[in-house]
Design a protein around this ligand. Structure first.
Ligand code: PEP
Ligand code: MN
Length: 622
């Protein structure tokens, strides 16, 4: 049962309710969900549902109908995010866990860890206690293996995941690792589940070899009932009649689970397929199906691996897979972030908590809000602003550490105002993120499409949905500042004849109904955002440089600059000309180069660029 508490409930009233229920033998869990304060009650309280509703400070009481309670969406509608050091599983950023099946030696673990980290893994896996089918197979290095894992974390900064096979290992696990894994063979080892429920470590709970989703969720319930909310569900293939692959990867479990539970999902295509060449296709499909994370077995010498060599990827194959995931993730609204760990480190080093903010345009639910979450995760608080200039101002004055500004859209083109502001302010581009823009037509509950007389949206959204809107010439199009404001205005107006164009995220935030999804003309609708800050902090590999320059007003002046790029084989990926402020018919150029212009080998190029242009300025290296 769920008690929805009144927002003005006092702590005293809350304690009274909680104490009474736990005296009656109920399990009590208090959470915040979608802005509501809830108490979950597991067990049979003495009071009836109606009596509970009458208690002081209680707004409502709702039964949970499913047999899984704490893990259910009914109890908690928002996705759970499991935090492992600086890494968050669940949310907009795809998490990659990789490493060998088993820790075999210090050298083996360390060299694989370095490789997988280089290619984009943010957590390292490796078994120290191996549950093998045969008692004669390698059983793992046990405590020695855990010590090696701890050293891998120390040297690489990667959090480590390992399997716990018995409650007697709990103290060692607490000491050495960041995440414990309950293996497929132990999914219904209830003493082990109770044990990890008591441990203060995130848990990866693998699906049993022949377990239903319902049984799996009940096992997760054991862990949560024990007091541990940090559970990640791992689908690793189930036994079917099909012998070609080691198991059958049940990818349909992803959408099923997304509906039933708030817990994040990790997919292990290695144990699912058992065959190296089948791992990457299934990993790509898993991300397309909505997985939050992947767990991949990687070995530097699979032929000699002490376990699961045939399903282990070579490090380079793993690198290729991660690159593919990087491309696929935005299609389903997620991101793979190659700078994940570096970025988190920089963010964690920001001393002033209040300035851990990123200014974005519009209101919550705006695509810029999504871009901020995709780039920073939730460590940085998105901070809504009314205008682009306000964003620049907030960053310049230090009110916000970062700004998130859209620069161009694949359908509607450049956002010129931001190029002008980049010229005007002395701020730096420290990164970029591209997100897919999937527009929905959003209105109040029970409104039909034929009722709509007016649609609110910003002009670029109208132009991105032109073909769709052209079908309804009688509908009035009302321009507003941002998609998120459009959704909020429709919500506030309570007008059943007005709809808004916006993101499904905005529809969720404002609790509005989606009349139609994906109304943009072309599904390849992407917006590229730049992340701006006062200065570039930390050292990271630079792939791109953004520059601003002007040229003298003489024949061939721009050509002279372009020639430098050509001579030094620098790929120009964007060139935008903007009128110079206060100088009619004179232009400033903004360019993105696929190179680190400050790299020593490009020093001659840089020298020539300064010579051939006027007002040459580097505004970002990222
Ligand atoms: C493993 O992850 O190495 C493992 C033994 O997995 P599973 O429990 O899925 O077989
Ligand atoms: Mn394995």
């Amino acid at each position: 049962m769920i008690l929805v508490l009144e927002s003005k409930i006092s702590q005293k009233q809350k304690d009274k309710i909680k104490n009474r229920l736990s005296d009656e033998g109920c399990i009590i869990r208090e959470i915040m969900d979608a802005g509501r304060n809830l108490i979950g009650i597991i067990g049979k309280p003495e009071k009836s549902l109606d009596e509970l509703k009458q208690m002081d400070g209680v707004a409502d009481a709702v039964p949970i109908k499913t047999s899984h309670k704490l893990v259910s969406r009914e109890f908690k509608s928002e996705d759970t995010r499991v935090k492992i050091g600086n890494v968050v599983v669940g949310g907009d950023r795809i998490v990659i866990v990789a490493g060998p099946c088993a820790v075999e030696s210090h050298d083996q673990a360390m060299s694989i860890a370095k490789e997988v980290k280089k290619y984009g893994a943010v957590l390292f896996r490796g078994g120290a206690y191996k549950p093998r089918s045969s008692p004669y197979s390698f059983q793992g290095l046990e405590e020695e293996g855990l010590k090696i894992l701890a050293d891998v974390r120390e040297k690489t900064g990667l959090g480590v995941v390992t399997e716990i096979t018995s409650p007697s290992q709990a103290d060692l696990m607490m000491k050495y690792v960041d995440v414990v894994q309950v293996g497929a063979r132990n999914m219904q080892n209830f003493e082990l589940l109770k044990c990890v429920g008591r441990m203060e470590k995130p848990v990866v709970l693998k699906r049993g070899l022949a377990s239903t989703i319902q049984e799996w969720l009940m096992s997760a319930e054991y862990i949560m009932a024990g007091g541990n909310n940090n559970v990640i569900l791992c689908e690793r293939g189930i036994r079917t009649f099909e012998p070609y692959t080691r198991n059958t990867l049940d990818l349909s479990a992803i959408p099923v689970l997304k509906k039933l539970t708030h817990l994040p999902i990790i997919i292990d295509p290695s144990h699912a397929t058992g065959i190296r060449e089948k791992v990457s296709p299934m990993a790509r499909a898993a991300v397309a199906a909505g997985a939050d994370a992947l767990m991949i077995e990687v070995h530097n010498n699979p032929d000699k691996a002490l376990s699961d060599g045939p399903q282990s990827l070579y490090p380079e194959q793993f690198g290729q897979l991660v690159r593919d995931i990087y491309v696929i993730a935005p299609v389903v609204g997620k991101q793979l972030d190659f700078d994940y760990l570096k970025k988190s480190e920089i963010i964690n080093n920001i001393k002033d908590e209040n300035s851990k903010t990123a200014a974005f345009i519009g209101e919550y639910g705006a695509y810029s809000h999504k871009a901020s979450l995709g780039y920073f995760g939730e460590e940085i608080t998105p901070c809504p602003m009314k205008t682009f200039k306000d964003i620049f101002q907030a960053v310049q004055t230090g009110i916000c550490q970062y700004g998130v500004i859209p620069l161009e859209n694949s359908l509607s083109g450049s956002i010129h105002e931001n190029f002008d502001l980049l010229q005007e302010y002395d701020l730096k581009i420290i990164g970029e993120i591209t997100i897919r823009v999937k527009h929905a037509l959003i209105a109040h509950e029970n409104v039909l499409k034929k009722d709509i007389k007016k649609i609110l949206a910003p002009p670029p959204a109208f132009s991105q949905c032109k073909n769709y809107l052209d079908q309804y010439p009688e509908i009035e199009l009302v321009p507003v500042k941002a998609t998120s404001s459009a959704v909020r205005q429709v919500k506030d107006s309570n007008d059943k004849h007005t709809a808004a164009i916006g993101s499904t995220m905005a529809a969720g935030i404002f609790k509005m109904n989606i009349l139609q999804e994906s109304i943009e003309d072309n599904p390849r609708n992407y917006t590229r955002f730049a992340i701006i800050a006062k200065e570039i902090k930390g050292h990271k590999k630079v792939d791109k440089t953004s520059i601003i320059f002007s040229t003298g007003n003489k024949p061939g002046a721009l050509f002279e600059v372009m020639k430098v790029f050509s001579e030094h084989k620098i790929n120009l990926v964007k060139l935008e000309s903007r009128p110079m402020l206060g100088k009619p018919w004179e232009y400033m150029f903004y360019a993105d180069l696929e190179a680190d212009i400050k790299a020593p080998e490009l020093a001659p190029a840089m020298e020539k660029l300064i010579e051939k242009s006027e007002n040459f300025r580097i505004i970002g290296r990222y």
